[in-house]
Design a binder for this molecule. Structure first.
Ligand SMILES: Cc1cc2nc3c(=O)[nH]c(=O)nc-3n(C[C@H](O)[C@H](O)[C@H](O)COP(=O)(O)O)c2cc1C
Length: 398
């Protein structure tokens, strides 16, 4: 995902420095070209050899080290960087950058960089809440630095407080958000539904389906990496929720209908990828469930049709995309759905195809629009999400 991108990690003298070995490793796994800068004090916490082995690049510490590949290393690296991640950022380095001090390799390179700079402050609770440190952080924010908010938890001295370096995953997600994809969806408001609804029969049992939410979550993730303003209305999901999307958790089809239709008018694109139960028990009170000979007969009623409601209330310029999971007559049923629900695209998949449908990391989709059908090969759900978004963005441009 980061092929061809250069990520500069700037590590300072914080106890959390050791976590950056994992961060460097994860970024190289995403195929980024990773370079690590350290302050002299950071080398007290983690050995540069660790980073050099993981990144296959010399770890830069001393501005006046003559043993460099380039003559003016800090300028060369500053030019090459697509993003700089200053993590953990000590109170000292935050203060230096905020005051324009460049007295070592790390601060000099940061000052020479014109790309986006992300700062992850990590320090003791009282240091973090020191008004001077807060003012320095605000100053960096004003100058366009992205601040990765410190987490709350057990700090190095075993106090519970603010100032913990967030999980490596959060750091990586911020890097991905900056540089993984061109921001062709900036300004686009997209709502996507994901997962299964659960229809309670009684306080113990419920009707649901096998949806894990992976496809909807992949669409939300891909759209937010492309700069869209994403709302994810999530039923029961085992898929990991994407960062940078507003998550609205719902349980029943009725909840999902309410949350989606309330937000629909302001959306540019709506993708219904959730598997909403078609039926819900008519009565949830135990006394209404008829029992005869040990068998239960539960009266059911149809749930509201979310896609149909969206199609009926579609505003000019809005695009609506639904999913269709069929066991037979895939194209006929899906094309019928396109018209009947006034959708702009139906993503059809057969539950009989290997690598498609619920729970898998891959999907095999046919995209159906008024212009025709496009069969996609088997691909990851994240790749499929990008294909769907590509087509929807092309339709928006028309
Ligand atoms: C064990 C230990 C842990 C430290 N952890 C932090 C920390 O998490 N954050 C911080 O801002 N300073 C921390 N410090 C203080 C910094 O190392 C100190 O301010 C140093 O001058 C920072 O140097 P640098 O900013 O050039 O890397 C710690 C010091 C010690 C001895």
């Amino acid at each position: 995902m980061l092929t061809g991108k250069t990520v500069v990690i700037a590590v300072t003298g914080s106890i959390a420095a050791y976590k950056m070995a994992d961060c460097a490793r994860e970024l190289t796994k995403l195929h980024a070209d990773v370079h690590v800068l350290m302050t002299q004090n950071a080398t007290q916490f983690i050995n540069p050899i660790t980073f050099e082995t993981l990144t296959q690049h010399k770890c830069l510490i001393d501005t006046f080290d003559r043993n460099f590949q380039y003559s003016v290393e800090h300028v060369a690296l500053a030019k090459a960087a697509d993003v700089v991640l200053i993590a953990p950022a000590s109170a000292n380095v935050i203060g230096k950058i905020a005051c324009g001090i460049a007295d070592d390799m790390l601060t000099t390179t940061v000052m020479a960089c014109t790309c986006k700079k992300l700062v992850a402050p990590a320090m003791n609770h009282n240091m973090l809440h020191n008004p001077i440190v807060q003012e320095n952080i605000e100053k960096l924010r004003r100058y366009g630095y992205g601040i990765i908010e410190p987490a709350r938890g057990m700090l190095a001295n075993r106090d519970i407080g603010d100032g913990k370096l967030p999980d490596v995953k959060i750091l990586i997600d911020r890097v991905l958000q900056e540089i993984a994809k061109p921001k062709d969806m900036a300004g686009v408001k997209l709502l996507v539904t994901a997962g299964a609804t659960c229809e309670p029969i009684d306080p113990v049992r419920f009707i649901t389906n096998h949806s894990t939410g992976k496809m909807g979550a992949a669409i939300a993730r891909a759209a937010s990496l492309r700069g869209a303003d994403v709302t994810l209305v999530a039923g029961s999901c085992t898929a990991e929720m994407p960062p940078f999307a507003e998550i609205v958790n719902v349980r029943t089809a009725e909840d999902m209908y309410r949350e989606v239709t309330a937000r629909a008018p302001e959306q540019d694109i709506i993708v219904k990828a959730a598997a909403v139960a078609d039926y819900t028990p008519e009565h949830t009170a135990e006394d209404k469930i008829k029992k005869s000979d040990g068998e239960m007969a539960i009266p059911l009623r149809r749930t509201k049709d979310i896609l149909k409601a969206l199609g009926e209330n579609k505003r000019a310029g809005q695009l609506i995309c639904g999913f269709s999971m069929e066991t037979r007559d895939l194209l006929e049923n899906s094309s019928r759905k396109l018209k009947a629900k006034n959708c702009d695209m139906i993503c059809a998949n057969s539950l009989r195809t290997e690598g498609a449908g619920f729970g898998t990391d891959t999907n095999v989709l046919t995209l159906i629009t008024a212009d025709g059908t496009e069969e996609l090969e088997k691909m990851s759900k994240l790749q499929a999400a990008d294909m769907i978004l590509d087509r929807l963005m092309e339709m928006r441009g028309k």
